[in-house]
Design a protein around this ligand. Sequence first.
Ligand code: SF4
Length: 341
Amino acid sequence: MQCNSILPELADGHENDESNALKRSKSNRWHIGAVQALLDMPFGDLIFQAQQVHRQHHNANAVQLSTLISVKTGGCPEDCGYCPQAARYHTGVDNQAILSVDSVVAAAVAAKEQGATRFCMGAAWRGPKQRDIEIVTKMISAVKALGMETCATLGMLKPGQAGQLGAAGLDYYNHNLDTSADYYDTIISTREYQDRLDTLQEVRDAGINVCCGGIVGMGETRETRAGLIAQLANLNPYPESVPINHLVQVEGTPLYGTAKLDPLEFVRTIAAARITMPKTMVRLSAGRREMSEAVQALCFLAGANSIFYGDKLLTTGNPEVQQDQALLNKLGMQSLPFDPE
Ligand code: SF4
C-alpha cells in the first residue's frame, strides 16, 4: 500500500526505519511534529490509517455507552475559560449542593436500564474535601453494586484520596489535560499543567484506570491539538479512556464567541488519538449534540468507540437517547456489553 500513512506497527509503539517525519524518538515518545504530520495527512489516508489501527484492536462496529451525572453543580472557584460552572462567570447555571446517595443510585439504575455500562459522577470542585470523599465513596460503592463500571471526575486529588476512591470500587478517574502545555495558560490560570499531571499520577499509583483527554475548538492551532495528543500518548501508560470534547460555547464564559472549528478538524483529532493510542477507548464527548449525524459517523470511522449517552452532559445538553439509538441502528453499530467480573 502506498499512501501518506504510518504503519500500524509504528502506531503501536514499534520503530520503523522507513518512516521519517512520523517516527518516534528513541525514547519511544510521540513528537508533536509526528502527531502534526498525522493531522496534516490527506483526509482519506488519515481515516484509512485510523481504521486499520482501530480494527486491529477493537470491534469496529461497537460503541460503549457511558452516562454522566453532575453530583454537585456550579460555584466552582476555578477559572477554566470554557466552563459554565465557574462561579466567576455569569452563565445562568444554578448552583446545586451535592446530591444524596439515593438520588445518584436512582439515576444509575435508570441509566443502566437505558443501556449504559459506565456511570460517571462529576462534581464542580477545585478538588474534594475529606467530607466530600466520604459521600462520593458511598456513591461509588452503591453504583458498583449495580454491576456498572464507575467513573468520577472531582478535580485535583490530594495524596491518599485516590486510594480511598479505589478502595470504594472506582474503576476510572477522569481528569482532562484540556489542551497542550503551551496553550494551557490561555485557558486556565488557577492551576498549573503540572497539577493535572500530578493528579493523574496519584490515580495511576492507586491502580485506578485513567480517563484523560481534552477539548478542541478553543481557538487553538493544529499544532496545539498535536501537542495535546502527543502529551496524552506519551503518558506512560497512555490513558485507558480518552475523551475528545468539542467546545460547547456557553454565553458568559470567556471562550464564548470563539471562531468555530471546522468539523473535519475535529474528526482528524479523533483519528490522531486512535492512531497514537491504539488500545484506548476514544470517547466522543461534549459537543456531540452540535454535530450532524454525518460528522458523528466520520468520528466512528476515525476510531471513536465510546459516547456519552443520555439527555445531559453535566450542564450542557446531549442528544436524546432515542436519537442516539437511531443513529447507532442506522450505522449498524451495537453497544459494547460490559461483563463485570
Ligand atoms: S472545568 Fe471543573 S475545575 Fe474548571 S471551572 Fe469547571 S467545574 Fe471547575
